[in-house]
Design a protein around this ligand. Structure first.
Ligand SMILES: [Fe+2]
Length: 385
């Protein structure tokens, strides 16, 4: 019995292989986990013929919180963490994602205790699952840090001492700015979730603003220093104004997650910071919190990376939806937003494209109308879905 962690060899032929810059018929040969030949316009004898299906690189996902609903399928109901991790992994792999950054949160934007429910149990379950060699996708950790939380720097420090983290994002969900610059939207959310009165909400928001003013700056400086010391890539979150981007440049941030305005996205992209937007925003035709549309950013030439955010299958679906946006340069450019660009933004130079020397991470895709359907997935040449 082989396990997904083992490497494999295979030879595939597709009439539609999506390379980084174009689409072509080609034979792709993987030996011992690595792509050793891409023979354009050639069908090698003995290659598995994929018929009309496309062959694209394995997707790279930087920000998915989809593990949470597997671990907590109902409010206050916790599933066995190890079982949750394997079920989540299966869904990730069958969505064509061969490299995934599991997003886990520390700090709190509320007055609740800061460590998210079950964070450590879940993190340990991920480590245990990795150790079995049975995970289908290649898992990494994206630690999401809520800046204006008491003790968040110490919490991050002790987390990094225990677990391997490859990306940290710096969030600030204080009412009246960034994602919630329209405070009314946050009020609506809280009214629905907590049933608090208007007077209670006034008090809660005032407390949060006061806390942010008191500890926001020192916490942010502490988290940035921690990431740099550990050599971890940094992402900003919900940038809205040019000053936010200037802060990111000063903090050597490499990814801007979910900018809320065209101005912020444009400034980040111009500064060489990769602009990441949610694929559900593309598929649904707009932002669920009423902010800028990802397709508009793509049309303006300032969208670099898509992330599945809360729906794993949205990653491939969103990329295919972007193939008609001229600024991206067709299907090859659209696929880069979910493969090569997220890989490079996190320093992974060994994957993200179908090219000699890269990992044999591949996805066979059928089209049903204009919808992509994932049929087969290989990681380092081994079939994982
Ligand atoms: Fe946010």
């Amino acid at each position: 019995m082989t396990t997904p962690d083992e490497i494999g060899s295979l030879t595939l032929f597709s009439r539609r292989v999506v390379l980084a810059d174009r689409e072509t018929a080609a034979t792709v040969v993987v030996e011992d986990g690595i792509i050793v030949a891409v023979e354009a316009d050639h069908q090698r004898a003995g290659a598995v013929d994929l018929g009309e299906d496309l062959l694209i690189p394995g997707l790279v996902e930087l920000h998915t919180d989809h593990l949470e609903p597997h671990y907590q399928p109902r409010p206050k109901v916790h599933w066995d963490p190890l079982s949750a991790v394997f079920a989540y992994d299966a869904q990730i792999a069958s969505s064509g994602i061969t490299t995934v950054f599991d997003s886990l949160r520390i700090g709190s934007d509320d007055d609740r205790p800061t460590t998210a429910d079950g964070l450590l149990d879940l993190s340990e379950a991920i480590e245990t699952a990795k150790g079995t060699g049975l995970l289908r996708s290649d898992h990494h950790t994206h630690l999401r840090c809520e800046i204006p939380s008491r003790g968040v720097v110490e919490e991050a420090e002790s987390y990094l001492a225990r677990f391997d983290v490859r990306l940290m994002s710096l969030m600030d969900h204080t009412p009246g700015q960034r994602q919630f610059r329209d405070e009314e939207k946050l009020r609506t959310y809280y009214r629905g979730k907590t049933g608090l009165s208007e007077a209670d909400l006034d008090k809660l928001f005032a407390n949060r603003r006061a806390r942010a003013a008191e500890i926001g700056d020192p916490n942010k400086r502490g988290l940035v220093a921690l990431a740099h010391r550990a050599g971890i890539a940094l992402a900003s979150h919900d940038d809205t104004i040019i000053d936010h981007v200037a802060e990111s440049v000063a903090d050597r941030v490499s990814i801007a997650e979910f900018p809320t305005t065209v101005e912020a996205a444009r400034a980040s992209h111009a500064a060489g910071i990769s602009v990441l937007m949610g694929a559900p925003n593309v598929v649904r035709g707009g932002s669920h919190s009423g902010n800028v549309s990802a397709v508009d950013l793509a049309a303006a030439g300032v969208l670099d990376i898509l992330s599945s955010d809360y729906v794993p299958i949205s990653l491939i679906h969103g990329a295919f939806d972007l193939r008609d946006v001229p600024a991206l340069g067709g299907l090859a450019g659209a696929i880069q937003t979910v493969t090569l660009k997220p890989a490079l933004a996190t320093g992974m130079t060994d994957r993200g494209e179908i090219a000699v020397g890269k990992r044999g991470d591949l996805v066979r895709v059928a089209l049903v109308g204009d919808r992509p359907v994932v049929r087969e997935v290989w990681r380092t040449g081994r079939r994982i879905a």
